[in-house]
Write a new protein. Structure first.
Length: 217
């Protein structure tokens, strides 16, 4: 999930218009003075950015496989995922967005209280409230670069799963973080946010990303 717009203000956190939030939600990323500190809570150490997979690639349009606890080089994959996300100015990234069809994602994303949640979640399960107050906001995706579309999602979300050591982890999200958790879990189920749009809006988003000929397999 990307962050976009022009930065403004001063101090270690620069407020910018978020690709997820548009005119409805504002997101925060670290200003240039703290750019080096976007380090995935240490999990990004040694990571190498990989190319972002674009809409239309089959890996984005099928469910990802569960991750086994003995999966080789998992720490390197997670480091590369953080590095790829930061290189693309993102706040969330699913493994299939760098071509790896496994069920895990990384986030470095603020919630409604502007507190950043930095985490990797392996084999995540999404939990939405029974009473769902939908929030319509502008959403984008690193795999559909440059496009933004209004999309309604619940304003709260919880994800459970495993951390890099395969210990249980739970993330409770509000605001931008809630949208990010839903967006990344969608990816792991083979759904890109534009798949949730009406046909015309989807075509416009893909055209804006120079992917007019791309189709979900």
């Amino acid at each position: 999930m990307p962050v976009g717009g022009e930065s403004g203000g001063a101090g270690p956190l620069a407020r910018i218009a978020g690709t997820y939030g548009g005119d409805v939600i504002s997101s925060w990323i670290r200003g240039s003075a703290m750019a080096d500190e976007r380090a995935g809570g240490g999990m990004a150490a040694g990571g190498t950015p990989r190319p972002i997979t674009l809409y239309g690639d089959p890996v984005l349009h099928r469910p990802c496989a569960p991750v086994e606890d003995d999966h080789p080089d998992l720490d390197r994959l997670v480091a590369d995922m953080f590095a790829s996300m930061y290189a693309a100015d993102g706040v969330g990234l699913a493994a299939n967005q760098i071509g790896i069809g496994l069920r895990l994602f990384v986030v470095d994303c603020p919630d409604d209280d502007e507190v950043n949640q930095v985490a990797v979640v392996i084999n995540p399960v999404l939990h939405l409230p029974q009473t769902r107050d939908l929030v319509e906001a502008s959403e984008g995706c690193l795999s559909v670069p440059g496009a933004h579309s209004l999309l309604a999602r619940p304003g709260e979300a919880t994800v459970t799963g495993r951390d890099l050591s395969f210990r249980p982890v739970e993330i409770v999200g509000t605001g931008l973080l809630a949208r990010c958790l839903q967006h990344e879990c969608d990816h792991l189920d083979g759904t890109v946010y534009v798949d949730r749009l009406a046909r015309r809006a989807r075509k416009e988003a893909l055209a804006a990303a120079n992917l007019a000929g791309a189709n979900a397999p």
